[in-house]
Design a protein around this ligand. Structure first.
Ligand code: S3P
Length: 450
């Protein structure tokens, strides 16, 4: 939906060759964390390249409600004057995190060990998503939660008066849960320990270390064990947010499936906990290369060059790779539709509880455009039709999910008939310049006036 709440129906037509450079926005995960950790440091954190998507803007507003001063200096330059660990004040109003699971879950974790009460809500998508994965561990710290049935928002958290440290084994692969526990542990005494069986994105661990917290990570037979010492004094940082690999996925995948394309996507963060899609695409036979590989701010970065790839083959994606590409399965399923043979995706139960049930949303929309899908609770298979064989012509429901909306618009760029979506409003949560950027490369994406 748009900011005014009315849906934005859109259509994507077959495009010619895509050419040029795609400068995608800053990383969403790192942008949220920059604001939250900046708010928990003492002094001014300077951030450049912040993603100015609605999700991150909602987190900025929330940090102000908890007492930090967040300033937009223009052109992606922001600053946060933090209140220090333990310094959050009680918000005067309800915290509305909009569409953002990352925002609400990380903030609930961070405030749960403060002696304050806060009430959280979100949009129709966020208010359906499970929050017990956060309320379970924060209860162990001593917080109390009052939510709707099934642990849904709106929800009030009464923070712990005298927090105790926690040793918590995260039951599902989730960087949000891991991060919420670590952020809660900042304002608890002693050592908070988080164990994750499968490695998920590690931005929180890296950034906490950068802000001066004492964090150690060891790998054992149980998985990754992360230990954080409570009550650190976080020191303000100067942060350059790398460009988002999850946003880069859209122009990259569009170039692979549109005849004659050659697109450069510069400065993309290739942290191994995020780069699974690109490995998978290369295994499928994509003409995708990393140029100018380098390290920036401790993170691997490269320019991605994607060229039209007429001979893509379906593959079985290793389930242990799922966490490193969890947000990229929708767009992978679009590429898989233009490959020969089946693309098999297993171990992806978490896709059912994202901004939408992403297996269901993609299955419905791909079927409406002539692509065959089989699905189970934690797996799905796309039977590729090959280049030039995807019919299109369907209208896809997007369920307030930005990645579903963008994926179907990319589908339309290489389908025989135009592909329609019911609502592209959610794209602004993570990739507000998507239409302009894709249009400049040569896409024919329009808003339907009716
Ligand atoms: C995120 C973690 C992932 C991902 C989300 C961003 C993060 O969610 O899907 O878009 O920034 O920590 P889960 O923790 O639910 O896997």
């Amino acid at each position: 939906m748009s900011a005014h709440g009315s849906p934005i129906p859109m259509t994507s037509r077959k495009s010619g060759a895509l050419k040029g450079e795609a400068h995608v926005p800053g990383d969403k995960s790192i942008s949220h964390r920059s604001l939250i950790l900046g708010a928990m440091a003492i002094g001014r954190t300077e951030i450049s390249g912040l993603l100015e998507g609605q999700d991150v803007l909602d987190t900025a507003k929330a940090m102000e409600a908890f007492g930090a001063k967040v300033t937009d200096h223009g052109s992606g330059q922001w600053s946060v004057d933090g209140v220090g660990v333990g310094g959050f004040q009680e918000p005067e109003t309800v915290i509305d995190c909009g569409n953002s699971g990352t925002g609400v879950r990380l903030i609930m974790g961070a405030m749960s060990t403060h002696n304050i009460t806060a009430t959280f809500t979100g949009d129709a998508s966020l208010n359906k998503r499970p929050m017990s994965r956060i309320t379970d561990p924060i209860t162990e710290f001593g917080a109390t939660s009052y939510g709707r049935s099934g642990g849904r928002l709106p929800m009030t958290i009464v923070g712990a008066k005298s927090p105790v440290p926690v040793r918590y084994s995260v039951p599902m692969p989730s960087a949000q849960v891991k991060s919420a526990v670590l952020l809660a542990g900042l304002n608890a005494p002693g050592e908070t320990i988080v164990i994750e069986k499968e490695a998920t994105r590690d931005h929180t661990e890296r950034m906490l270390t950068g802000f001066g917290a004492d964090v150690s990570v060891e790998t054992s037979s149980e998985g990754r064990i992360i230990t954080l010492k409570g009550y650190p004094e976080l020191k303000p940082q100067t942060i350059t947010v790398p460009r988002d690999p999850s946003s880069a996925a859209f122009p990259v995948c569009a170039a692979l499936i549109c005849e004659g394309s050659d697109v450069l996507v510069p400065n993309i963060g290739l942290n191994p906990t995020r780069a699974g899609l690109f490995t998978t695409l290369r295994e499928m036979g994509a003409n995708l290369t990393y140029e100018n590989e380098r390290s920036e701010g401790g993170e691997p970065v490269a320019d991605l060059r994607a060229r039209f790839s007429p001979d893509l083959k379906g593959i079985e994606v290793p389930p242990e790779r799922a966490a490193s590409m969890i947000d990229e399965y929708p767009i992978l399923s679009v590429v898989a539709s233009f490959a020969q043979g089946k693309t098999i995706m297993r171990g992806v139960r978490e896709l059912r509880v994202k901004e939408s049930d992403r297996i269901d949303a993609m299955a419905r929309g791909l079927r409406a455009n002539g692509v065959e899908i089989e699905e189970g609770e934690d797996w799905w298979i796309v039977t590729g039709r090959g280049h030039g064989e995807v019919q299109g012509g369907g209208t896809c429901a997007t369920f307030l999910d930005h990645r579903i909306a963008m994926s179907f618009l990319i589908l339309g760029m290489a389908s025989e008939s135009p592909v329609h979506i019911d609502d592209g409003g959610a794209i602004a949560t993570s990739f507000p310049i998507f239409e302009t950027l894709m249009g400049e490369l040569g896409a024919q994406i329009t808003r339907n006036n009716h």
